[in-house]
Design a protein around this ligand. Structure first.
Ligand SMILES: Nc1nc2c(ncn2[C@@H]2O[C@H](COP(=O)(O)OP(=O)(O)OP(=O)(O)O)[C@@H](O)[C@H]2O)c(=O)[nH]1
Length: 208
């Protein structure tokens, strides 16, 4: 009788310890998700994106292959919010994120950089291939995403700044993001709804 009581107590102790461990693991998974995933788009947030970008850049440097980085920004997005409302704007951002994600390779990284800006990193990808991808993304967003205001559908477009990092040019993560952002600036200035490939001046030294 006493023996079975002891066995039962031990079994209950392990069961409750196991249960507590399971709760702890679930809580940890939830916390990790909250720290790394953007709630609206379910894409990696800026923190997770920068972490992955650093990882793929190191990988490309080891393999002596280029890394193409696309900075994507929704055109005149303020107008969408103003005309259709913030919740509709949120839907548009979620829709765009799905389009971007569905047109890249599994090895590419898509993340929400902030607001209406996304970053796509394509490891082992040279400029010609990246440019084709960027043009395709522009066309896909234009045809697949629209905001609904009353009965009218408003086409949504994106501008893409493309920067190609070559191993050996000494670029830091900050340089990479800055250059992709400069490319985006040109795409916007040239009229939006387009891709601009940045060509750094010959001899430009980074990371100094
Ligand atoms: N609905 C919604 N709007 C957002 C979110 N994040 C940023 N925005 C809006 O995005 C808009 C960005 O506006 P601007 O920076 O002026 O740029 P823009 O209107 O897209 O114009 P250009 O970039 O110059 O083409 C602002 O109105 C922000 O409020 C979000 O999570 N949801």
């Amino acid at each position: 009788m006493l023996l079975s009581f002891v066995i039962l107590s031990i079994a209950m102790h392990f069961k409750s310890t196991g249960f507590l461990m399971m709760c702890h693991e679930r809580k940890q998974v939830l916390l990790d998700r909250m720290a790394n995933v953007d709630v609206l788009t379910e894409l990696p947030n800026r923190r997770a994106l920068m972490h992955s970008l650093e990882h793929v850049w190191q990988q490309c440097q080891r393999c002596h292959t280029p890394l193409s980085v696309l900075m994507v920004d929704v055109d005149h997005f303020k107008r969408v919010n103003d005309a259709c409302g913030h919740p509709e704007g949120d839907k548009v951002l979620a829709q765009i994120s799905r389009v971007l994600q569905s047109h890249v390779r599994p090895s590419d990284i898509v993340g929400r950089y902030g607001g209406e800006e996304f970053v796509i990193a394509c490891p082992h990808t040279a400029s010609a291939e990246a440019q084709v991808l960027a043009e395709r993304l522009c066309a896909q967003v234009r045809s697949a995403v629209s905001a609904h205001h009353d009965t009218s559908a408003w086409p949504i477009t994106i501008s893409v700044g493309l920067h190609v990092c070559l191993p050996g040019d000494g670029q830091t993560l900050e340089d990479i993001v800055l250059l992709a952002d400069q490319a985006l600036y040109h795409a916007k200035a040239d009229g939006r709804n387009r891709v601009h490939l940045l060509t750094p001046s010959p001899g430009t030294r980074f990371g100094t």
